[in-house]
Every structure is written in C-alpha cells, then in structure tokens.
Design a protein around this ligand. Structure first.
Ligand code: SDX
Length: 429
C-alpha cells in the first residue's frame, strides 16, 4: 500500500485520516473522526460512495462485472455447486467437507415443518394479501415459537446460531409454499424426504391424488436460481438486515425486515415488474422499441436494467439468460417473452442512452422467465428471491453479531426544516 493516510482540506485546515485497503485493493478514507475533528459530516444520500462495513463475505467489481463469494467466482459456483453448499460457503466462509454438507442437508430437511400453531396465522390474512407481506410477518412470528433463539441477547442468539440458520433456510421455503396454497384456497402439503428445491416444488404443486413430477428438471433450474441470489454484498435488503442487527435484534426479526426491504420494485420487486413489462410489450404488439424510446424520455424504466454497482454486465444475468433458454427447451415451451427480452437487451446494448449510462441487464432481467416456465406465479417471484437471499442475510447478521466492536448503525443528517419557533395556541392559529 503506497499511502496509509489521506488528507481533507476544509478552508485553511488539513485533516488527516487513515486509508483502509481491502484484500482486492479497494480503498476507503476512514472519516469516522471527521465530525469530532472538524464539525463536518460527510454527505452521501443513497450511500453511493459510503462503505458501511468491512466484510469477508462477497466481493463485487462492478466495472469488470466480477462477483465472488468467499473468493469463489459466481461462474464456478454456478457450474459446480448447489444452493445449500453455496449457503454454507456464504455463511461459514469455506466450502464444506462432505460430512458437514450432509449434516447440514439433514438438518435443513428435518427443520421443514411449521409449528401447527402457526398454520392458523395464515387464516388471518385475506387471500388478496401480497405474499411478501405474509412472508415478512411469518418470519417474525416464527421467532415467537423459538424464544431461546430469538432472545435479543447476542451471546444466547449466537449460541443457537447454527440451528437458527438451518431452520430459517428450511422454513422460509415451507412458509412460501404455504402462502401460495393459502392464496389459492388449497390445503397445505407437508414436506417430504426430498432435496431442497424438489421439496419446495412438492409443497407448492403436489396434490393428495397426484404427486408433483419434476420431469423437466425444474428443481435443478430453481436450485441455480436460488444459488445466484445467495448474497450480493451491501444491497438494500442486506444493509437493512445489518441495520436491524446492529441494534441487537435477533436473526428472525432481522431477516423479516430484510424481506420488507427486498419487496420494492427498485430492488427484488423488479423481477415481478420485468415480467409485467414484457407482458405489456407483448400485449401491445410492440417489439420493445416503443418501450426503449419511452425509457429514454424518462417516461418509463426498463425494469431489470441498470445497477448501482455494476457498470458492466451483471454476471448473474448472463448465467440466468442461458438457464432460461435451457429450461424452456427442456419443457418444449416457446415463450415469446424471452424473444422480447433478447430484443430489448440487444437494442439497449446498442443504444447511446443505455451505453453512455452503462445500463446492462441485472439479475432480475431473465429470472422471471425461468420462474414463469417452472410454474411459479408472478406474485411469488420476489418471495423466490427472498428464499435465495436468506443465506446472505444470515451471513451478514452473523458478521455483525460476532464482531465485538460492532456499533449501532446510526447515520446523521443535514436538517433542512424550520428553525426554532414559538408554539402557537390552537385559538390563535
Ligand atoms: C437488484 O444492489 C444490489 O445488489 C441489488 C441486487 C441484489 O442482488 O440484491 O442486485 C438486486 O435490486 C437489482 C436491481 C433491480 N431493479 C431494477 O431492475 C429496476 C430498474 N433499475 C433501476 O431503477 C436502477 O437502475 C437501479 C435502482 C437498479 C439503480 O439506481 P441508481 O444507482 O440510483 O441509478 P440512477 O437512478 O442514478 O440512474 C443513473 C441514470 C439516470 O439517468 P440520468 O438522470 O443520468 O439521465 O440512468 C438512468 C437514470 O434515469 N437509468 C435508467 C434505468 N436505470 C437507471 N433509465 C432507464 N431504465 C433504467 N432501468
């Protein structure tokens, strides 16, 4: 490292700060003492230039389109790993030994059932409720059934961490399937002795008279989808999980907040918005060019495009684009939405507006086409993202909880409201 300090000049005064350097050479000026030294804070609305933590979990180089979990490239994980193995890697830091992976799979399999007391919680929701509202409520309620694991006493919550992590990874999938069945007016299907995604598809689509038959490899495609969503450093929902965890809240409460943050269309909700956009384009008989023109005029956003960090192709979108073609051809389905998506992508990659702003397809651009082909209803798409992101939220909660130096997250602000004024009595207003 050449420089170990950097200087900020305010008026005639110089203030010196250490430079922190990460293992991939990224640098940050550590301005934590700036206000104490100078009276100034740094201002960075939207946190586009703010490092909120030092983390060992995921590395992204947005300019080069690189994504690695614990040092392993996403392309290699997509080729060789599985969702549960990647979950262990993300949470515990290394690829698990065979025996550890088997034990984890077993623990996840055996944690799939939901306490019958919670079954009645589903009755409290109208069938029109959004699945993300149900998921967030249910994850928080789940903590109430495991008081020892959700004590908000950090030492105690950490003592139960392994159990809680496996339980959440398992039960988030059961809750998702139960949510779908409740909304459809169908009876719940109990988990079976199956692999992770096969079990999910069974709980979603099996009927007492006919067991779901995965003849097109939907389980495999879903496993890849989940793995590609496993973590993505300090995105909106993960930062929310860390924020909630920083106050000492338990893992159930923290991931429940993460689900709420993920829901928005600028974040995980984009996977629903992409399909709606493609369907609208298809229904209007447009090949995408009118939509591109509207986006350029600022009248619409090309959903599934653009990213705060990637100024290059999101590597997950490349993998998902190929996977979408694979699952569609295995089903023998010709989805016109995939053709529209390919045309939109091509047009956007050649258009000056998108090129100059470095807007490329992100993870949400092709994921909906895969989910749709598998038979997942559009309303459930963001729930699927949440199932995939659970390991990342858990790993980030763990980093906060295990750090003895971690402090409550409490940003400052620049106040722009009224200055002090005298109270006016009601009769005088
Ligand atoms: C995810 O961060 C993560 O890691 C998130 C995620 C994860 O794994 O957790 O990767 C998952 O959330 C992916 C993003 C999903 N959202 C969308 O696909 C929605 C559409 N995209 C956007 O609204 C937008 O690109 C964001 C929210 C993703 C990023 O927003 P930024 O970083 O604040 O970028 P910006 O709004 O400042 O845009 C810069 C310029 C603007 O134009 P100018 O004002 O400079 O003229 O690009 C334009 C924007 O108007 N722009 C778009 C656009 N996205 C940005 N124009 C048309 N269509 C778009 N999609």
């Amino acid at each position: 490292m050449e420089n170990t300090t950097g200087t900020i000049r305010l008026g005639s005064e110089n203030f010196e700060f250490p430079i922190i350097e990460g293992t991939e050479g990224e640098k940050a000026l550590d301005t934590r003492t700036l206000r104490a030294k100078s009276g100034c804070i740094t201002f960075d609305e939207g946190y586009g230039n703010t490092g909120s933590c030092i983390s060992d979990i995921t590395f992204i180089n947005g300019e080069k389109g690189i994504l690695r979990h614990r040092g392993y490239a996403i392309e290699e994980l997509a080729k060789h790993s599985s969702f549960l193995e990647t979950a262990m890697l993300v949470i515990y830091g290394s690829l698990p030994q065979k025996s550890c992976l088997s034990a984890f799979r077993k623990q996840v399999r055996e944690s799939a059932s939901i306490h019958t007391g919670m079954h009645s919680h589903f009755d409290g929701f109208p069938t029109s409720a959004h699945p993300m509202a149900i998921l967030s409520s249910m994850l928080n309620s789940l903590g109430a059934y495991y008081p020892k694991m959700s004590s908000n006493n950090r030492e105690q919550d950490l003592a139960y961490f392994d159990e809680t992590a496996a339980l959440l990874i398992s039960k988030v999938r059961t809750i998702a399937a139960m949510t779908y069945r409740m909304k459809m007016g169908l009876s719940f299907v109990h988990p079976a002795e199956k692999r992770y995604t096969e079990n999910f598809l069974h709980m979603m689509f099996s009927e007492p008279y006919s067991e779901y038959d995965d003849k097109h490899g939907a389980g495999k495609a879903l496993d890849l989808f989940l793995m590609l969503h496993a973590d993505h450093e300090q995105n909106c929902s993960t930062s929310t999980v860390r924020m909630v965890a920083s106050g000492g809240a338990n893992l159930f409460a923290s991931v429940s907040a993460g689900v709420c943050a993920l829901w928005g269309p600028s974040h995980g909700g984009a996977n629903m918005a992409v399909i709606k956009m493609l369907e609208e384009i298809h229904a209007a008989g447009d090949d995408g060019s009118k939509f591109i023109e509207a986006a350029k005029k600022g009248e619409a956003k090309l959903m599934g495009f653009g990213h705060r960090v990637y100024k290059n192709y999101d590597p997950r979108a490349k993998i998902l684009g190929k996977s979408a073609e694979g699952i569609l051809s295995s089903i023998g389905m010709n989805d016109p939405l995939l053709d529209i998506a390919r045309k939109l992508e091509q047009a956007a990659l050649e258009d000056e507006y998108f090129v100059s702003r470095k807007l490329y397809p992100n993870v949400d651009f092709y994921s909906g086409i895969i989910l749709k082909a598998i038979g997942i209803p559009v309303e459930m798409f963001t729930v699927m993202f949440a199932i995939g992101r659970m390991p990342g939220w858990i790993a980030n909660w763990k980093e906060i909880a295990e750090n003895p130096k971690s402090r409550i997250h409490r940003p400052r602000q620049i106040y722009s409201g009224e200055t002090q004024r005298d109270y006016v009595q009601l009769v005088d207003r």
